[in-house]
Ligand binder design. Structure first.
Ligand code: NAD
Length: 332
């Protein structure tokens, strides 16, 4: 099998290159992202492998069918960036990595909370400059406070365990509550109203798009902390900025951003940033932005390569496709 691998970064090759030899799979690593302008590169390949900020719309999926592409491999869990319906119509299976290390993302979400609460990122730069003043760095105890976990799937559960370890009370919202979890499920409104910390762990779907917006921000406590390691579009950025200007938030940490494509994972330090919202967000002293790196541990990156290649191998050997993404009606 020949795979066109988009958006390659040096760290992708660490595990994919040696492991692909074990499967007798030939990978061509392209640095460009997968988009309408680059989809032609897939011609002549059996498969393409894409990441979170690549996309495949209906037109592109039909082009893949014309090229004879046999499978779309997502080296991530989320699949909101692919037209799944079009892929099903064209009979091209979409295979993903449903779970690689939920702990990696949950641990990172906690790192963001601790950082934005206790200003360790800013303390680091101050002390390196021998400015030992701690003015402006007062945080809050997490112990005894309430955390609202939105989405109690794999990452949400790992996050609940961590938050409990910090002595926090948990309220949770999920349309499919997990009765085996020792948490209090409440409505999403109550979760927003009761929580001192809100952490988002649900996928991006038409229902979850902009679950954080002016109306729901209004429900939140004053001085709430908001952590988003899921997908940027869960938050309506304009409303978040308005909330920040109104001093609603003690801290906001974003590992994802609605317009992250083309910016996140790239070095734009010498460029003019035309995205006014991103530029505005970066100016708030209580906002921490990271570049969609919650997944980025050795264990997770290795597991992503293992599962993606096993997915490809199942197609080349005609084995059952365990990690197939079905269009909404079929998945219900
Ligand atoms: P999961 O499928 O195990 O869990 C998602 C949970 O969200 C499920 O329990 C589901 O019932 C729930 N849910 C569905 N609709 C909801 C709604 N309207 N409101 C609240 N909850 C809802 O997924 P996961 O592995 O826990 O991953 C969660 C998300 O994290 C992914 O969809 C992805 O967007 C994101 N993610 C980010 C990174 C990163 O590097 N930052 C890495 C992996 C995953």
């Amino acid at each position: 099998m020949k795979i066109a691998f988009y958006s390659t970064k040096p760290y992708d090759k660490i595990y994919f290159e040696p492991m692909s030899k074990d499967y007798d799979i030939d990978i061509h690593f392209f640095e460009v992202p997968c988009c309408e302008e680059t989809i032609l590169l897939t011609k002549g390949y059996d498969a393409l492998c894409i990441f979170v900020n690549d996309y495949l719309n209906e037109k592109m999926v039909h082009q893949l069918a014309e090229f004879g592409v046999k499978v779309i491999l997502l080296r991530c869990a989320g699949f909101n960036n692919v037209d799944i319906k079009a892929a099903a119509q064209c009979e091209i299976p979409v295979l993903r990595v449903p779970s690689y290390s939920p702990e990696a993302v949950a641990e990172f979400a906690m790192a963001l909370l601790l950082t934005v609460n206790r200003y360790t990122h800013r303390a680091y730069t101050r002390t390196r400059d021998f400015n030992m003043n701690i003015n402006g760095f007062m945080g809050t105890d997490l112990h005894g406070k309430t955390a609202g976990v939105i989405g109690t799937g794999r990452i949400g559960q790992a996050m609940i365990n961590i938050l409990k370890g910090f002595g926090m009370k948990i309220v949770a919202y999920d349309p499919y509550p997990n009765n085996r979890l020792d948490v209090e499920y409440v409505s999403i409104e109550t979760a927003f109203q009761k929580s001192d910390v809100i952490t988002l762990h649900c996928p991006l779907t038409p229902e979850t798009k902009h679950i954080v917006q002016a109306k729901t921000i209004e429900l939140m406590k004053e001085d709430v902390y908001l952590i988003n390691t899921s997908r940027g579009d869960l938050i309506r950025t304009e409303d978040l900025i308005e909330g920040l200007l109104n001093k609603k938030f003690a801290g906001v940490a974003l590992d994802v951003y609605d317009e992250e494509g083309g910016v996140f994972y790239e070095d734009r330090s010498n460029d003019i940033i035309y995205d006014q919202n991103l530029a505005r967000l970066a100016t708030f002293p209580n906002v921490l932005i990271t570049s969609h790196m919650g997944f980025f541990t050795k264990e997770a990156v290795r597991a992503i390569a293992e599962v993606t290649l096993a997915n490809a191998d199942a197609v080349q050997k005609g084995l059952p496709l365990e990690n197939i993404v079905l269009p909404p009606n079929d998945a219900d």
